[in-house]
Write a protein that binds this ligand. Sequence first.
Ligand SMILES: Cc1cc2nc3c(=O)[nH]c(=O)nc-3n(C[C@H](O)[C@H](O)[C@H](O)COP(=O)(O)OP(=O)(O)OC[C@H]3O[C@@H](n4cnc5c(N)ncnc54)[C@H](O)[C@@H]3O)c2cc1C
Length: 87
Amino acid sequence: MALRVAVVGSGPAGSSAAETLAKAGIETYLFERKLDNAKPCGGAIPLCMVSEFDLPPEIIDRRVRKMKMISPSNVEVNIGQTLNDDE
Ligand SMILES: Cc1cc2nc3c(=O)[nH]c(=O)nc-3n(C[C@H](O)[C@H](O)[C@H](O)COP(=O)(O)OP(=O)(O)OC[C@H]3O[C@@H](n4cnc5c(N)ncnc54)[C@H](O)[C@@H]3O)c2cc1C
């Protein structure tokens, strides 16, 4: 019996699942309720993801070791303070 799969949500998880299913020859339908997709995103990924997702190294714009996140209510979080120098 042929499989048909509905994937609900086209964020990174749903899109990856749908791509894998479709490449395996399974009839796949990807549903997304929010087509404007205006979700804010910092645009950052951990460097280990570059090799894991087989991304071309030339897409790396800059390497960031420390950052400060500030919420709309001005709560600040410092990221990267526990990293060693070579991380
Ligand atoms: C402000 C912000 C900044 C971020 N910055 C970064 C960053 O710089 N780097 C990084 O790696 N990560 C970042 N993230 C985290 C990243 O966005 C999430 O880890 C990632 O989107 C999770 O992917 P997901 O597919 O699990 O879920 P989501 O991306 O949330 O996708 C779920 C999708 O399902 C859809 N959906 C839900 N219910 C239904 C339904 N009933 N029917 C149809 N569609 C539905 C939603 O509309 C959504 O598009 C950030 C997150 C936020 C909120």
